[in-house]
Design a binder for this molecule. Structure first.
Ligand code: ACO
Length: 402
């Protein structure tokens, strides 16, 4: 009979770390977070500077290649991404297989996974050129697929990419333009969209990125890996939080009801959590939340939305939570998703699209992390161990004798 306790003691160092709160799974040179100080750097550059001055494709280049591009490099990168914005026409038929009321994230899991069935050449991960092409394809096609999921959901025809527009503006165009009508890009809204994409571009080894790395560690192709990341992102404790946060603000309904919800969040017997609050890593303030709050105000101001009741609730909730003993003690601060929902709603997106937009932005982080892993000479298949708590060895009992 195997002595299970002895087994663990003979396999060398063994750590039991549920949720991997103190286990590094890889080395990475892409993103640095100091959660206590509220710092987020991409390749050394602070997120607020990138969000203020950069454009999304510039940040994509930075994450993928480690340096900000020169003008010539940026032009070349933009051109290469732009060349890949269309999806195979056959793919558009894929959408019609889904029910119209399907959640767009369900559609995204399926359609993005199916990219490997359309681009066989990019599934050869041993070829650096094909890895680059796969990266371009994913960054370029995600907004197109996301916009198609949205159009399908609302019963409108697909709008093809307009490649003279920048990444964010093109995305708004594909989502909100309708045939036979001119769609004018509002630069303030396009800039807000761009900032949302930048703020969500990467966040080191979060659940979905770790999922992408784990899937990729077996040699799975990048499209399959990104589909795995999308599936993980969907959960309300991760990317689904922006949708959940906005729904929660709606449920609170009025600033007068906030104390009741704060009390529920503190009650150990109530599973309710304040959505958009708390973060595994940030125990000071999520630096992205500050930028997102400013962006929310800019968008509402531009659209002339005064006294948005949800924004009022959000601001009051933040104020109360930040001075409440429970939230201070547990170091719970608004995260990026707290204000992104309000902004996306004002931009015209339904809540079901929020996590989809997160996936569009995070694709570059996933692919940069995947590429870094594939190019790491020490890369191994990811294979966490477990602490076995089941039955000890016993003999099979025939069914008649059980
Ligand atoms: N509301 C009320 N209490 C909370 C909240 C919350 N939002 N978040 C954490 N707590 C409490 C927990 O009940 C726990 O209390 P305890 O110590 O008495 O048991 C304590 O704070 C620590 O919580 P954990 O769940 O252990 O912290 P963890 O780091 O694992 O969780 C998480 C982080 C999942 C983000 C959590 O704060 C949460 O569920 N937040 C709401 C969902 C959300 O906004 N997610 C978005 C994350 S950001 C992103 O994905 C971009």
């Amino acid at each position: 009979v195997i002595d299970i306790g002895a087994l663990y003691s003979t396999t060398g160092a063994f750590t039991y770390d549920p949720g991997f709160t103190s286990t590094a799974s890889c080395e990475s040179a892409i993103t640095f977070i100091d959660g206590d100080a509220g710092i987020l750097l991409h390749r050394g550059y602070p997120i607020d500077q990138l969000a203020e001055h950069g454009d999304f494709l510039e940040v994509c280049y930075l994450l993928l290649y480690g340096e900000l591009p020169t003008k010539a490099q940026k032009d070349d990168f933009d051109y290469r991404v732009t060349r890949h914005t269309m999806v195979h026409e056959q793919m558009s038929r894929f959408f019609t297989g889904f029910r119209r009321d399907a959640h767009p994230m369900a559609v995204m899991c399926g359609v993005v996974g199916a990219l490997s069935a359309f681009y066989h050449d990019s599934t050869d991960i041993s070829d650096p050129y094909q890895r680059m092409v796969a990266s371009m394809r994913l960054i370029a096609k995600m907004p197109t697929i996301a916009a198609m999921a949205y159009k399908y959901h609302i019963g409108q025809p697909f709008i093809y990419p307009k490649n003279e527009l920048n990444f964010a503006a093109n995305f708004l165009h594909m989502c909100f333009a309708v045939p036979c009508e001119e769609y004018k890009i509002n630069p303030v809204l396009a800039r807000a969209m761009e900032r949302i994409f930048i703020l969500h571009a990467d966040h080191e080894q979060n659940a979905s990125t770790s999922t992408v790395r784990l899937a990729g560690s077996s040699g799975a192709n990048p499209f399959a890996c990104i589909a795995a990341g999308i599936a993980c992102l969907w959960g309300p404790a991760h990317g689904g939080a922006n949708e959940a946060a906005l729904n929660m603000l709606g449920e609170i309904g009025h600033v007068d009801n906030i104390p009741e919800f704060i009390a529920r969040a503190k009650d150990k017997n109530d599973p309710f959590r304040l959505m958009g609050f708390g973060h595994r890593v940030y125990k000071n303030y999520d630096p992205r939340a500050k930028i997102m709050q400013k962006t929310a105000h800019e968008v509402l101001g531009e659209l002339g939305i005064k006294d948005d009741p949800l924004l009022d609730i959000a601001m009051e909730l933040e104020k109360i939570a930040l001075t409440d003993e429970y939230f201070i003690e547990k170091k719970l601060y608004p995260n990026v998703d707290f204000y992104s929902g309000i902004t996306l709603k004002a931009l015209g997106f339904p809540t079901t699209m929020f996590t989809v937009l997160f996936a569009v932005a995070r694709t570059v982080g996933w692919i940069a992390q995947w590429k870094e892993m594939i190019e790491d000479p020490h890369q191994k298949i990811g294979r966490p161990r477990q602490l076995y708590t089941g039955a000890t060895e016993r003999d099979y009992v025939p069914i008649a004798k059980r």
